[in-house]
Design a protein around this ligand. Structure first.
Ligand code: G3I
Length: 337
């Protein structure tokens, strides 16, 4: 089967994958990653919960180091995910009560330590999912309600720019990314949150915050673009983000059988073909806008290791690591001039 990593290399779009350290020990799986993907994102290992499970000053680096080592030893780009996320926090932080000063000091120190340890990171998801999901008062340019209530906000009202400025101070060249979900299209079901993130990023860029791009996760199911205009709204969104001087990274692409939390009602040849068409559409869009959409990563390579479980059939390779129609769709799109 064609090697996606070499087919995509000259396309202008970097093709990546999420992987976790434990699965990198599986030699067949590792061969798949080396052959088909040029970038790797640690699926969980480099988050606060995995790095400091027991307490604020006790770092456990081995699993995050393992993914970084895989990247360095195999000539892959390393996408460091993620410095600050409101979810999956260790108890000492989640349940801890901190003064703003102490939390600020720890947060700056955390970012300094992680950024300094992985100097070859190509891109860093500095903030993951920092914007609310609902906007009862509507999305307003005042940005009220746009930020998600979490451990840092409103305790540290400027935590977003503090994070980006600290990351830039340690690493002058890594691409500093704001990463979020349900923000791909200006139209349809993603409209409000896409607009909220656009307003937030426009505000930050206008204030000179060192932010280079936006990570659009794209955890989709097969019906994601069924509402007319939804897919077209992604291209318009890419354009307006590009006009802010931002790159777009598709960071966690997958097309699951059913929406998050719903069981898969059926999976047949028609499902596989629809999935391939959707992967093709997104890949073609990123390639057509490669001056803005500089990379795309799938959130895993094989259904066997998908975070949604193999029964969601979300990825390019099936449970036995065999390529699915979606894989060949990507190979064709990347191979086109
Ligand atoms: O490493 C421990 C292991 O020692 C332990 O035995 C095992 C059982 O408790 O847990 C293992 O940690 C798990 C970790 O994945 C590594 O496999 C955590 O429990 C589990 O919560 C964690 O889930 C990850 C989740 O983020 C939280 O970090 C998923 O694999 C990962 O797919 C998911 O990814 C997120 C992105 O970061 C942000 N966007 C949404 C996406 C899906 O939720």
């Amino acid at each position: 089967i064609p090697a996606l990593a070499s087919i995509s290399r000259s396309s202008g779009v970097l093709l990546g994958v999420a992987a976790s350290s434990g699965k990198l020990n599986d030699t067949d799986y590792k061969k798949l990653l080396v052959r088909h993907f040029s970038s790797v994102t640690p699926e969980a290992e480099c988050k606060i919960k995995e790095l400091t499970p027991q307490g604020p000053d006790h770092y456990v680096w081995d699993k995050c180091d393992a993914v970084y080592r895989y990247a360095v030893e195999n000539g892959k780009y390393f996408r460091l995910h993620t410095l600050l996320w409101w979810d999956h926090l260790p108890d000492w932080l989640d349940k801890g009560s901190f003064s703003p000063r102490k939390l600020r000091a720890w947060t700056v120190g955390h970012i300094e330590k992680v950024m300094a340890r992985y100097p070859d990171a190509y891109a860093v998801d500095v903030i993951n999912e920092g914007v609310a999901d609902e906007f009862p008062g509507g999305v307003t340019a005042s940005l009220d309600g746009v930020r998600r209530g979490n451990k840092w906000f409103p305790l540290i009202p400027d935590y977003l720019e503090l994070a980006f400025k600290t990351a830039r101070r340690v690493n002058p060249t890594a691409k500093l990314i704001y990463n979020d979900y349900n923000i791909a299209s200006m139209y349809g079901w993603m409209r409000e949150k896409s607009n909220a993130v656009y307003l937030l990023l426009r505000d930050m860029k206008s204030r000179g915050v060192p932010i280079d791009g936006v990570g659009i996760q794209m955890h989709f199911c097969l019906s994601a673009f069924d509402e007319p205009g939804t897919f077209e709204g992604i291209a318009y969104n890419f354009q307006r983000l590009g006009q802010l001087g931002l790159e777009v990274h598709i960071t966690e692409l997958e097309f699951n059988c059913s929406p998050y939390g719903d069981p898969c009602p059926r999976w047949n040849r028609a499902s596989l073909d629809k999935q391939a068409a959707l992967y093709r559409q997104v890949t073609r869009l990123c390639l057509d806008y490669s001056h803005i959409c500089t990379m795309m990563s799938t959130w895993g390579a094989s259904d066997r290791f998908s975070w949604r479980g193999p029964e969601q059939h979300a990825l390019l390779f099936d449970e036995e690591f065999r390529p699915k129609p979606a894989f060949f769709a990507l190979a064709e799109e990347f191979a086109r001039p």
